[in-house]
Design a protein around this ligand. Structure first.
Ligand code: NCD
Ligand code: ZN
Length: 344
């Protein structure tokens, strides 16, 4: 197969940031996707419906002419989230989902939830209103090895959340382990997971063998190859519980390439072609449309997009850098070539 057509895909997890970054990040999201779930971990975080509505306006201001794309907004849960505000935000069509960051788990998560019991009233309201809970599933305890943070989160917290709220829709975001893939596959229709292109394409050897490559450093961190294989199996299985979420996160070159490089891979521009390359290598191109374009809308109970995209088996060169608001942004695999490209 040298060419495939897909219903236009959506990205169920992305970071656009704010201000001068938006011109670039919005254009890149709109290159391949019709809708993007926009993460709320700004500084300060997007914690209320009013803040989400204002952020949405700033994003839409940068929509390129003729673009077929829309942002879907999320709220950042804190110990003090007001359930009435988020339910009202969902009813007004401003809020699509809410994100749980355990405090300190990742970039800009200092205001995250310190104890999951504190948000049980909020989770109850979300269950009642049908608002999905999106979870960054990692514990932050200093005695837990960074490679075990996701598996321990599932045992200590996720199982209890899912049992306590039997009708709550839950997305375990950017899963990285066999344990996560198995849990989600066995947890029924209302528990789903996003999988990034970089966790499908890479494992921790790519980040650490032959030198430390800071552009591969993200959270949750890349795991062993056996976990990578479990993610490929899940994504290409056709199971409707798994769908596309890039977790693309724009960081300046100076923040990534330094003695203490920050977490986040920028893949927004080329992620669709990365997914196509992985699915092709797994002989599963026939499963790409379900993963990229159908399973997400079904879970979120949103319409499937009506337009299509075409991908061709043609080399795609990833740019070496992008200018982002006076700074330089280096995408993952800058200057490398992928085997598939989107027909523009
Ligand atoms: C993300 C970011 O930069 O906002 N970084 C990352 O490593 N994935 C936050 C996140 O999703 O963890
Ligand atoms: Zn993220």
């Amino acid at each position: 197969m040298n060419s495939i057509r897909l219903t236009r895909p959506d990205d169920w997890h992305t970071h656009l940031r704010d201000g001068a970054a938006l011109e670039l990040t919005v254009a890149h999201a709109a290159r391949s996707f019709a809708r993007s779930i926009v993460m709320p971990n700004l500084v300060p975080p997007v914690t209320t419906t009013a803040l989400a509505a204002a952020y949405r306006e700033r994003i839409l201001h940068h929509l390129p002419q003729g673009a077929d794309w829309a942002p879907l907004m999320t709220l950042y849960l804190t110990d003090n989230t007001d359930p009435e505000d988020l339910v009202a935000g969902a009813e007004q069509g401003v809020v699509t989902a809410c994100k749980l960051y355990p405090a300190g788990a990742t970039t800009n998560s200092d205001s995250g939830v310190t104890d999951i019991d504190k948000i049980f009233p909020v989770l109850s309201a979300m269950q009642q209103a049908g608002i999905p809970l999106l979870i960054h599933g990692e514990v932050t305890d200093a005695d837990i090895d960074i490679f075990d943070r996701e598996a321990v989160f599932i045992e200590r917290h996720l199982k209890r959340i899912v049992e306590s709220f039997p009708d709550l829709k839950v997305v375990l975001e950017h899963i990285t382990t066999r344990q996560a893939a198995e849990f989600v596959a066995s947890a029924g229709d209302r528990v789903a997971a996003t999988i990034t292109a970089h966790h499908l394409m890479y494992n921790r050897n790519h980040m650490l063998v032959g030198g430390i490559r800071p552009h591969y450093y993200c959270l949750p961190i890349l795991k062993r190859n056996e976990h990578q294989q479990a993610l490929i199996d899940a994504a290409t299985s056709g199971d409707a519980s798994f769908f596309l979420g890039t977790d693309s996160a724009p960081h300046n070159q100076s923040a990534k390439e330094t003695a203490c490089g920050c977490a986040g891979c920028y893949t927004a521009w080329q992620a669709l072609e990365m997914y196509a390359t992985v699915f092709d290598q797994a002989n599963a191109l026939d499963k790409l449309e379900a993963f990229a374009s159908l399973n997400g809308p079904a879970f979120y109970q949103l319409p499937v997009n009506t337009t299509q995209v075409e991908l061709q088996r043609q080399p795609l060169e990833i740019p070496t850098s992008f200018a982002m608001g006076g700074e330089t942004l280096v995408p993952l695999d800058a200057g490398e070539t992928l085997g598939w490209s989107l027909v523009q």
